[in-house]
Design a binder for this molecule. Structure first.
Ligand code: GTP
Ligand code: MG
Length: 824
């Protein structure tokens, strides 16, 4: 709601609020199968009325189609018996790069300014709103506060600050309550008060108080005041104001943030990060709505946090874990020990979060340094060990099957020549863990960095690896590459990893999707998921990791490769002689995806007597299989594959020029990621063999020849042996509410090689040649395109038939490649 001269206003719609409450209520039920669950808490107010707080799990806010994304939501029943939103927090927002919408390329594409950048205050959030009886409701994100212990309640401490600022202005709580309710809004402030609870960054007494940073309309959808209106309200009602920077150009926003993040110091103050407020659209040409993301800084905030944790460790007699900033932290700890010895009372208070900042500042003062100076010095002078590290690093993936460990590892070896030890290549059943550690150790002899490619998904495995390697080379540093497995995200992880593994076919040492049944493989994968233990560096063995790099199990290996390299570079700047370019990364992943073939296959699932002694047996089996490919039972269908990126681009172009109603189903598919990752024209599916035996046999023949030419094993590798070319013209798009497809024409005889009459002619046995674009959900199979097109032929497209179509303008012809697609 930027670009305005007036503060936004919109009243609540009773029906809408009633529906919202009903939906939330419905998701509070236990045992209900749904993709998110809601916790409801009812609080008693001093007036003897009640308000309900609604909250979801943090990770649930990443899911699509929630009734609201408000983080912090309270409703109540008005005196005249209607449900009303009392308090509405911001929409949950995420750190840059944390979710796909906050990746920079997406931020750049789908947001617009003005961008308001405000310092991320670091107290606790307080909501202030007015009820219909003129009482003021002051609460924290999910609580109105424990009335029996006001000293502990953020909400009640907030209330005290409100009283203080109101009385200075000669106003009352009822005045503020009436004003906010008339605005149908919630005031959002940060309570920064070290005398109440000390956070990591210091606030001087004169700086303490309520910092007003936002005013939200009390609506299910997110609508918030632009900065100048927030400031105006703060002035009128005695709040402190937050500092913000206005910027119109997103490139400048990024440049600014990147620069400040060098030191974490802005306008002379250490800061945790920024919140960036702007407007975003959910899909191209969609409406803009208010949208936030954050940019959290790493240092010196993280160093302070380490100091605080180490100090607490000393106080409770444990040994401090110094992971980074080793030299300065050890010096700080000497200083801290001295202080604690001198004043035994200090330790007790410190443990209750008092005196943390003083101890730190006293140390810095003694040194004549600021936190930001230390960070800068470390970066420039390379004083900490990490910055000197150039060798003896073991990268330890923590993952489950199909996360992309091997792909990222192979890419790293291509880029930097590092060592890569695959557990799957260890031969033998006995002492496998020890042999794996041994192999990692040996690789360290010739490589600066070694990737210990194994799932390491349990603490037990990590403990074994680390202990066994350290036993031989004590100076090794371990870096975890953790494919984050939040239980709340398991469905997405399942989807991503299954898709990868099942389409990998037999191109793997132990998980051969082409030969094992799908259920068997899914069973093995589920086992890993259920046993997965996240990295927990608060104790053994994960406190042995010097660095933990979190990566997204559902993201592409290309993105994950970049994350790994970026983090490694910031932790160990000397590790790389030269940073690879974006093209280098593309190429390395491309090569890892295409060139990599395991040189060994075995089956860990079966008893040892059926095991191959080095893969030759399995390899022989593959060769035998391809020799028989003429009648190969493993081809699922023959099809013309189209370049996916071209199809994606054409779709986007076609719908860019359409009105909202026409684009609705496409946008739905796009938003719910139901557009096919791969596009093809089916020539014949094995289900049609009985009716079209001749066609199947002829294609099988061609396939066998292609496989023979490509060499043994080629049929097992994606994308499979090429049987020929076939140009495909995209003519029109047809869809209903369930499925969308292109009607296409196979342009035989136009491909190169046709002139000598040698090129085979390809035809489809389907009544209408088509390319399925996507289906509305998983239960709808792509082959439903056939039914849709039959109906379309008979009744055509119109309002009544529910079928829509648009023509693809121009003469759009793509180069297709004919292949046999293996059974999953
Ligand atoms: P396991 O060794 O079975 O535990 O799996 P892994 O974690 O080593 O995964 P791997 O690197 O073998 O990836 C699984 C499959 O997904 C392979 O066929 C990869 O080629 C494929 N794959 C990996 N990353 C990507 C990606 O970013 N995009 C696509 N399309 N495929 C990928
Ligand atoms: Mg692997």
């Amino acid at each position: 709601m930027a670009h305005r001269d007036e503060a936004p206003y919109k009243p609540q719609n009773r029906q809408e609020v009633r529906e919202l409450v009903q939906q939330l209520e419905a998701h509070t039920k236990k045992g209900r199968k749904s993709n998110f669950s809601v916790r409801k808490n009812t609080f008693n107010l001093p007036s003897n009325r009640t308000v309900d707080s609604w909250r979801m799990q943090d990770w649930d806010y990443k899911k699509p189609d929630l009734p609201t994304y408000a983080r912090g939501l309270f409703t109540y029943t008005t005196l005249d018996g209607n449900p009303e939103i009392a308090v509405r927090g911001y929409d949950k927002f995420f750190n840059h790069g944390e979710v796909s919408t906050t990746r920079w390329e997406n931020v750049q594409r789908s947001t617009r300014g003005p961008y308001e950048l405000s310092v991320k205050e670091n107290g606790c959030i307080i909501f202030i709103a007015g009820l219909d009886d003129d009482t003021l409701l002051v609460c924290s994100k999910h609580s109105t506060g424990p009335r029996d212990n006001p000293d502990l309640s953020h909400a009640i401490n907030g209330e005290r600050w409100i009283d203080k600022q109101l009385s200075a202005l000669g106003k009352t709580r009822a005045d503020l309550a009436r004003k906010l309710r008339a605005m149908n809004a919630t005031a959002v402030a940060e309570l920064c008060d070290d005398s109440f609870e000390e956070h990591v960054l210091a606030y001087k007494p004169e700086d303490a108080g309520l910092y007003l940073h936002g005013i939200n309309l009390n609506l299910p959808e997110f609508a918030t005041y632009p900065g100048p209106f927030v400031d105006k309200f703060a002035d009128e009602w005695g709040f402190k104001k937050v500092m913000y920077v206005m910027e119109n150009d997103i490139k400048k926003v990024k440049a600014f943030l990147d620069e400040v993040s060098e030191t974490g110091n802005y306008a002379g103050r250490d800061t945790e990060g920024f919140v960036i407020r702007c407007q975003a659209q959910d899909f191209r040409d969609g409406p803009y709505h208010d949208w936030f993301f954050k940019y959290k800084f790493e240092e010196p905030y993280l160093m302070y946090r380490q100091w605080r944790e180490c100090t607490k460790a000393i106080i409770s007699g444990k040994s401090p874990r110094v992971r980074k900033h080793k030299k300065i932290t050890e010096e700080y700890l000497l200083f801290a020990r001295r202080c604690l010895q001198k004043d035994p009372q200090l330790g007790k208070e410190y443990h209750h979060n008092h005196g943390i900042i003083k101890m730190r500042d006293d140390f810095l003062k003694e040194r004549g340094l600021k936190g930001s100076d230390i960070i800068r010095q470390e970066r420039e002078g390379g004083e900490v060990e990490n910055s000197q590290t150039t060798r003896n690093i073991v990268l330890v993936p923590v993952a489950t099957i199909g996360c992309g460990k091997t792909t990222v590892a192979v890419a790293l070896t291509k880029l930097f020549g590092w060592g890569h030890v695959q557990n799957d290549n260890i031969i033998g059943r006995r002492n496998r863990p020890q042999m794996f550690a041994q192999a990692v150790y040996s690789a360290l002899g010739t490589s600066l960095v070694v990737i210990a490619d194994r799932n390491n998904h349990q603490k037990r495995e990590r403990k074994q690896l680390i202990a066994d390697v350290l036993n031989i080379v004590p100076e090794v540093k371990f870096v975890a590459l953790q494919y984050v497995h939040d239980r709340g995200n398991y469905d997405n992880i399942r989807k991503a990893t299954r898709e990868r593994v099942l389409s990998r076919g037999d191109n793997h040492q132990t998980i051969q999707a082409g030969s094992k049944s799908q259920e068997e493989i899914i069973g093995i994968m589920e086992g890993f998921l259920s046993r997965f233990e996240p990295v927990d560096d608060s104790g053994s063995p994960d406190d042995m990791f010097e660095t933990i790099i979190d990566i997204d199990a559902t993201a592409s290996s290309r993105d994950n490769l970049e994350t790994v390299i970026t983090r490694l570079h910031s932790e160990y700047p000397k590790l790389f002689k030269e940073m690879p370019s974006a093209d280098d990364l593309d190429n390395a992943i491309e090569a890892a995806l295409n060139d990599y073939k395991p040189d060994l296959k075995h089956d860990l699932g079966r008893s040892s007597n059926s095991r191959s002694n080095g893969g030759s047996l399995a390899l022989r089996q593959v060769q035998n299989a391809s020799a028989k490919a003429g009648k190969d039972p493993k081809v699922e269908y023959f099809g013309v594959q189209l370049p996916a990126s071209d199809v994606g681009r054409i779709l986007a172009t076609v719908f860019r020029d359409q009105d909202a109603e026409t684009s609705r189903f496409y946008n739905q598919l796009d938003k719910s990621r139901r557009i096919q990752p791969e596009f093809h024209v089916t020539l014949i599916h094995r289900a049609s063999i009985p009716e079209h035996q001749g066609v199947w046999e002829r294609l099988s023949q061609l396939h066998g020849e292609a496989v023979k030419q490509a060499g043994p094993g080629a049929m097992w590798q994606k994308p499979g042996a090429k049987m020929g070319d076939c140009k495909v013209q995209l003519e029109r798009l047809v869809w209903d509410g369930r499925v969308m497809c292109f009607v296409v024409r196979l342009l035989n005889g136009q491909q190169s090689g046709a002139e000598n009459g040698q090129a085979p002619v390809f035809e489809t046995v389907n009544p209408i040649a088509h390319v399925t674009v996507g289906t509305a959900n998983e239960t709808i199979k792509p082959k439903e395109s056939n039914d849709l097109l039959q109906k379309w032929l008979q009744v055509g497209s119109s309002e009544e038939t529910g079928i829509k179509e648009v023509t693809v303008k121009g003469h759009v012809v793509l180069d297709g490649v004919v292949r046999g697609i293996m059974r999953k």
